[in-house]
Design a protein around this ligand. Structure first.
Ligand code: PFF
Length: 448
């Protein structure tokens, strides 16, 4: 037991914490609106395909690197290739953690605000709400502080305990909402949009969106699974762990869609509403449901908790880096990184109508994402940087560390891996980097 760094107290504790990182706003807020914007069922299939052929095998690799080195992303790379430029992939991961947290915390703040709105029975207008600068910044600050408070408590006491209690409750609530939503009149059309594929809807942009969403949702590409893998003992089975995490994560996303799309079509709304989609549909659903306001308040509490287990993990990556590599004091550095992230997040908080400048920021071309600062951050850190990070890290693990050494690490605790070992080696060395590379090129319009 490495007491200074902390370790998961049990396998189930690790799975809950890693699944807690994976399951979050990405599943319930981002997945439905990305599906809506990208035409529905065909996108969903593409997404599941990427989860299985890229997300899972790549997750094995990150976990193996973390467990083998017992370090954060930068330290892990440095342990294998001391002093090399590969370390920059680790720095990119650390930066990406801060970048994602800076806009993710804003959305998490919106979620907390909705707990109150539901409880008092007056959701009000969404656009007025998110363009109220002080309120949104205050909620954002609250959420970042809450995250820091838990990370301050350490790996086991803080992160693990919370995830174990609250994730199962979320699952039960989602199941009840699926049943309710699908009994609404006109919901069948929504189900068809969500489940009957129209492959003409697939374009280059959709493909990147599906891959980006798979990385984002499974918390891959920035070394989070390296960091969480570093707290994992050699006895644990990386393969089964990753499969559980991937399955839970995909399940929750699919379930969110099973609530949103039937409800949305029943209400005659458009699936292409973008980031505001779930914040508009869910309150409407609760408003017409018997006892809906209580259920609604409860729903937003659980969504906030799901977001919290993800923000905890986002903060954990830069914190682990500073503690391992810069010998920072854990308790102090948590608050410093949190404060910095808060400052970086302010433009995102103001970009939904409060400030014209940040609302129409538009540095990234419109064919890729919306002009507001939050969407721009989400594209740069939530899509591009994760895919790029995964590209570099898969090459590093497959070629520099070496697919054989990585395989040995995976196999420790997972003897059954020997059967798929050659296939996995092919995936990590060739398939994953090639597919991600092509998709990235496409992003720059190379194939237009
Ligand atoms: N996977 C989280 C979600 O779907 O909400 C977001 C996230 C957390 C992305 C941690 C990346 C990460 F490292």
């Amino acid at each position: 037991m490495q007491t200074e760094r902390g370790q998961w107290s049990s396998k189930i504790g690790f799975i809950f914490a890693a699944a807690g990182s994976a399951i979050g706003l990405g599943n319930i807020w981002r997945f439905p609106y990305v599906v809506g914007e990208n035409g529905g069922a065909a996108f969903v299939l593409l997404y599941i395909f990427f989860v299985i052929v890229i997300g899972l095998p790549y997750m094995f690799a990150e976990l193996a690197l973390g467990r083998s080195s017992q370090r954060n992303p930068v330290g892990a790379i440095d342990a294998i290739k001391p002093g090399s430029t590969w370390k920059w992939a680790g720095y990119l991961g650390v930066l990406t953690g801060v970048g994602i947290l800076s806009f993710y915390g804003v959305i998490a703040g919106w979620t907390v605000g909705y707990i109150y709105k539901m409880a008092v029975g007056n959701p009000g207008g969404f656009n007025e709400y998110i363009s109220d600068p002080w309120l949104i910044i205050l909620l954002f600050a609250f959420f970042i502080a809450l995250t820091a408070l838990i990370v301050h408590g350490g790996v086991e006491g803080g992160i693990e305990r919370w995830s174990k209690i609250l994730m199962p409750v979320l699952l039960i609530l989602l199941i009840s909402l699926i049943i309710y939503s699908n009994t609404l009149e006109g919901s069948g059309k929504g189900l068809a949009f969500y489940l009957k594929p129209d492959f003409s809807k697939i374009t280059g942009k959709t493909i990147l969106a599906a891959l980006g969403q798979a990385f984002f949702s499974m918390s891959l590409g920035m070394g989070l699974m390296i960091t969480y893998g570093s707290y994992l003992s050699k006895k644990e089975n990386i393969i089964s762990g990753a499969i559980y995490i991937g399955m839970f994560d995909t399940l929750i996303a699919i379930m969110a869609g099973l609530i949103i799309f039937p409800a949305l079509f029943a209400m005659g709304e458009s699936p292409e509403a973008g980031p505001k989609l779930v914040f508009v549909i869910f309150p409407k659903l609760f408003a017409q449901m018997p006892g809906g306001l209580i259920v609604g308040a409860f729903f937003f509490i659980l969504l906030s908790v799901a977001a919290l287990t993800s923000t905890i993990s986002l903060l954990e990556v830069p914190v682990a880096f500073m503690v391992d590599e810069k010998k920072a004091n854990r308790k102090r550095i948590v608050w410093i990184v949190a404060a910095l992230t808060f400052i970086i997040g302010i433009p995102s908080a103001l970009s939904q109508g409060a400030s014209d400048f940040f609302t129409n920021f538009g540095l990234i071309p419109a064919r890729l994402t919306s002009p507001d600062f939050l969407s721009q951050m989400s594209f740069v850190f939530g899509d591009f940087s994760l895919a790029f990070g995964a590209f570099i890290l898969s090459i590093f693990i497959g070629w520099v560390w070496g697919a054989n050494k990585a395989s040995d690490e995976i196999q420790t605790g997972a003897p059954g891996f020997s059967k798929i070992r050659p296939l996995w080696i092919f995936m990590i060395r060739f398939f994953i980097p090639a597919v991600v590379f092509i998709i990235l090129l496409n992003l720059f319009g190379v194939f237009d």
